[in-house]
Ligand binder design. Structure first.
Ligand code: SF4
Length: 353
């Protein structure tokens, strides 16, 4: 559906008025709104709260002030800066997109939603945000916060992950987006969702669009947006082999580029205790003794990973590696490599082990 020109849309007017008075305008990505900086913030803010993102965003923009700098950086270093933020496919796609923009677009971000959407990791909403905020184009967005505001305001039932529900919400998003001050409106509606129309206990009495908010009027804010039908999350189990050599270094392996923790460094794994010797031999190590410790859980979006660290002492000296995907590291000085949060926590614990 093409965007209408609702410059007089009461919803947008009230929202912009609220934003001028109460909206946040000092977030690091709200200054110097280049397409690069807006894109970076949008990717980092997916599934992650503003307060968590801020220090990561500052580190990334200090290390890579523009798209060319990001494109030229080694992926390992980018993943290192991302360590702890989770959803690492975002960082890999970020790097890939930076390289595509540098080589195929002369370092300039396209200014159409369609061209932006063709790049890795950029969906329709992120493309809309870049176009609206950085390129001052008349484009709508529909991120998680905006879905919540609009689903409540218009009482749209159903889970927004369903195509039909998403279509309804996109139509509403487009009908409210003003042709003037589109960038401010975009920041305003994201801000309203993040600070007023929050997931639980929305502050409706402070909301600029409460007078015609259907969910508020019906006292049913908790029903919107609809939830996904619950599904049991499967559990996977693995042993993490913490192999320590005579120099107190531990063996790390780089994971394959795609999949869980893709491209990050982790301990070698083993399916169960009976396979310990074989798994160690595969990485060129003979076991002298080992000790299993408590099983821990890390939850991904679609499964739980129960991992049991196994501390292994090697038989004889062990310093060799099979190839560049393995390295012996000092737990206290592992260098600039990308590490999943649970592995980083284990390395930290090892320093006092
Ligand atoms: S009135 Fe309440 S539920 Fe409705 S949009 Fe505002 S904060 Fe959200």
């Amino acid at each position: 559906m093409p965007l209408t020109t609702p410059t007089e849309d009461a919803f947008a007017k009230r929202l912009l008025h609220w934003f001028d008075q109460h909206g946040r305008k000092d977030l690091p990505w709200q200054h110097d709104t280049t397409a690069y900086r807006v894109w970076l913030s949008e990717i980092m803010l997916q599934q992650t709260q503003v307060s968590t993102v801020i220090p990561y965003y500052q580190r990334m923009t200090n290390a890579y002030p523009n798209v060319q700098a990001l494109a030229a950086a080694p992926l390992d270093e980018v993943l290192h800066h991302w360590t702890g933020l989770g959803y690492y496919a975002r960082a890999r796609n970020l790097h890939k997109t930076a390289q595509t923009i540098s080589t195929e677009h002369d370092g300039i971000f396209p200014d159409s939603v369609e061209q932006l959407q063709a790049l890795p990791g950029i969906g329709r909403s992120t493309a809309g945000a870049i176009c609206a905020i950085a390129h001052h184009r008349h484009c709508a967005i529909l991120d998680g916060n905006v879905k919540r505001v609009l689903a409540r305001h218009s009482a749209i039932a159903g889970w927004p992950g369903k195509t039909a529900v998403a279509k309804q919400l996109w139509d509403i998003a487009e009908s409210h987006t003003p042709a003037q001050r589109t960038g401010d409106y975009t920041q305003a509606i994201m801000d309203l969702g993040a600070t007023v129309c929050t997931r639980s206990k929305p502050a409706c009495t402070q909301c600029p669009v409460s007078t015609d908010c259907q969910a508020f009027i019906r006292e049913e804010t908790q029903h919107y947006p609809g939830k996904k039908a619950p599904k049991a999350i499967p559990v996977r189990q693995t042993l993490l082999l913490i192999i320590r050599n005579q120099h107190n270094k531990v063996l790390l392996q780089q994971r394959p580029p795609s999949g869980i923790w893709g491209g990050l460094w982790s301990f070698p794994e083993c399916p169960d205790e009976t396979e310990l010797s074989n798994s160690c031999e595969r990485v060129g190590v003979k076991i002298h003794s080992y000790q299993l410790t408590d099983t821990l859980r890390h939850t991904f979006s679609h499964f739980h990973l129960d991992y049991t660290p196994v501390h292994i002492r090697t038989h004889g000296p062990a310093t060799r590696v099979a190839d560049s995907s393995q390295r012996w590291v000092n737990p206290a000085a592992h260098g600039e490599i990308g590490l999943p949060a649970p592995i980083l926590a284990l390395l930290k614990a090892l320093r006092s082990f």
